[in-house]
Write a protein that binds this ligand. Structure first.
Ligand code: PMP
Ligand code: GLU
Length: 396
C-alpha cells in the first residue's frame, strides 16, 4: 500500500534511537553506558506527584481546555514576568504534549509548502524532520567555523524571498553554546529587516552554568514581540520528560491558530500531567537548583576527563547538558584494524568495542563530531570516559 512521500522521507529521531539501541543491549545483559538521549536521570520533584495525585483524587479526568488549564497558563505567565520581566498574557500561551510538538505546531502555523526555515547547524534532529513534515525547506547556515555562534553575514546571505523563519536554540542542543546579547540583537535585526519569524526554543534556559547569562530576545528587543514564538517546557528543567508537558507563547494572531490546530490534533495535553507541571513550577525551584548544581558538577567532571584525551577537541559547554566533540582527527584512521571513515562508523565501533553509546554529529548536520549527554550519574561518566579514552588510544 502507498505511503506518503512525506513519511517515506522521515528518519527516526537519532537521539532516541541511540538510547533504544543502548536499552536493547542492556536487556541482553550487556554493560552499556549511554550518553545518548538528553534526559535528566533524576526523578521528578515531589510536587509533581503531589499535584498529580490530588488531581486524580479530585477526578480531574476530563478533556482539559485545549490551550491548557488556566492555572498552568497563569503560572507560566507569572514565571515570564518574574524571570525576564516580560509581560505574557495567559491568552498568549498554549500548553501541549512537550516542547517537541509545540515546535511542530508553530511550524505548521507559519510555513507553507516550499517556504524556507533557516537552521543554524549543528542543530537538533527534530527541527530538521519537523520542517520537512510541514513541507518546508531546511536551509542550513553552518556555524562550525565561527565557534558555533552564527555569523550574521552568512545568515543574511541565506535569506531569500521564501524565507519564513529562523529557528534558534540557546543554550544549544547539541553544542551547549549560548548566544550572547550581541548576536541576539543581530539576529533580531535580521528578522525585522527581512520580515521573518523567529522560533526561539529556550528549553534549556535554566540549565546555564558559571558566569553565563541567558537572555530572552524580547528583553533586548521588545520590537520583536509580533514576530517571535517562544518554546519552553518542564522536561529538562524539572526532570519531567515522561509527563510530556511543554508550551509555546507568542502574539495572539499565531497562538490562536496554534490553539485551533491543537484542538484537532491532541485536544490538549494530559490533564493530570498539566497539574504535575503546575506543581513543579510553583514549588520545585529548590529541587531544580539542586539538579542544576549536579549538572554543573558533571560538566566540570566530564570536561576535565575529555580535556586530557588524545585526538579530540571540544568547546566548553555553557549550558544544557551536552558536550559536542570534534573527532575529525580520528577519521580515516583505524581502530584495531577497522577503518573509521566517518562519525557514524566511529560511534558504531565505540558501542561495539566499549559499550559506550553516543550520538553521531551527522544527526545534527555536523559530520565529524559526536554528542555526549552528561545528564547521567558521575560514576557512569567516569567509567564511560575511561572507556572512550581506551578506545581513542587504540586509534592508529
Ligand atoms: N527542544 C530541544 C532543543 C530539545 O533538546 C528537546 C529535547 N527533547 C526538546 C525541544 C523537546 O522537549 P520535550 O518535548 O521533552 O518538552
Ligand atoms: N532532546 C533530547 C535529545 O536531543 C531527548 C531526545 C529527543 O527528544 O529527541 O537527546
Amino acid at each position: 500500500m502507498k505511503l506518503s512521500q512525506r513519511i517515506m522521507a522521515i528518519k527516526p529521531s537519532a537521539t532516541l534511537a541511540v538510547d533504544a539501541k543502548a536499552g536493547e543491549l542492556k536487556a541482553q545483559g550487556k554493560d552499556v553506558i549511554s550518553f545518548g538521549a538528553g534526559e535528566p536521570d533524576f526523578i521528578s520533584p515531589e510536587a509533581a506527584f503531589a499535584y498529580a495525585r490530588r488531581a486524580m483524587d479530585e477526578g480531574r479526568t476530563h478533556y482539559p481546555p485545549t490551550p491548557g488549564i488556566p492555572e498552568l497558563r497563569r503560572e507560566i505567565s507569572d514565571y515570564y514576568k518574574r524571570r525576564f520581566g516580560l509581560p505574557v498574557e495567559p491568552a498568549q500561551i498554549v500548553v501541549g504534549c512537550g516542547a517537541k510538538p509545540m515546535i511542530y505546531e508553530a511550524l505548521a502555523a507559519i510555513v507553507d509548502a516550499g517556504d524556507e526555515v533557516i537552521l543554524l547547524a549543528p542543530t537538533w534532529v527534530s527541527y530538521i524532520e519537523q520542517i520537512r513534515l510541514v513541507d518546508g525547506k531546511v536551509v542550513v547556515v553552518d556555524t562550525e567555523k565561527t565557534n558555533f555562534v552564527p555569523d550574521l553575514q552568512m545568515t543574511e546571505q541565506a535569506i531569500t524571498p521564501r524565507t519564513t523563519a529562523i529557528l534558534l536554540n540557546s543554550p544549544s542542543n547539541p553544542t551547549g553554546i549560548m548566544y550572547g546579547e550581541d548576536i541576539l540583537r543581530g539576529l533580531g535585526a535580521l528578522a525585522v529587516k527581512h520580515d521573518l519569524w523567529l522560533i526561539w526554543d529556550e528549553i534549556y534556559e535554566q540549565l546555564v552554568y558559571g558566569e553565563n547569562r541567558h537572555f530572552h530576545p524580547l528583553q533586548l528587543m521588545p520590537e520583536l514581540a509580533e514576530r517571535i514564538i517562544t518554546i519552553n517546557g518542564v522536561s529538562k528543567t524539572y526532570a519531567m520528560t515522561g509527563w510530556r508537558i511543554g508550551y509555546a507563547w507568542g502574539p495572539r494572531k499565531v497562538m490562536d491558530k496554534i490553539n485551533a490546530f491543537q484542538s484537532h490534533l491532541t485536544s490538549g495535553a494530559t490533564s493530570i500531567a498539566q497539574w504535575a507541571a503546575l506543581g513543579v513550577m510553583r514549588e520545585s525551584e529548590a529541587d531544580m537548583r539542586k539538579m542544576r548544581d549536579a549538572f554543573q558538577a558533571r560538566r566540570s567532571l566530564i570536561c576535565g576527563l575529555l580535556a586530557v584525551m588524545p585526538l579530540i577537541s571540544f568547546p566548553e559547554p555553557q549550558g544544557a547538558f551536552y558536550v559536542f566533540i570534534n573527532i575529525k582527527n580520528c577519521l580515516n584512521k583505524s581502530y584495531k584494524g577497522q577503518l573509521l571513515q566517518d562519525d557514524i562508523e566511529f560511534c558504531a565501533a565505540l558501542l561495539e568495542a566499549e559499550l559506550v553509546a553516543v550520538v553521531p554529529g551527522s544527526a545534527f548536520f555536523a559530520p565529524g563530531y559526536l554528542r555526549v549527554s552528561y545528564a547521567t550519574g558521575e560514576d557512569a561518566i567516569r567509567e564511560g570516559m575511561s572507556r572512550l579514552r581506551r578506545f581513542l588510544e587504540e586509534i592508529k
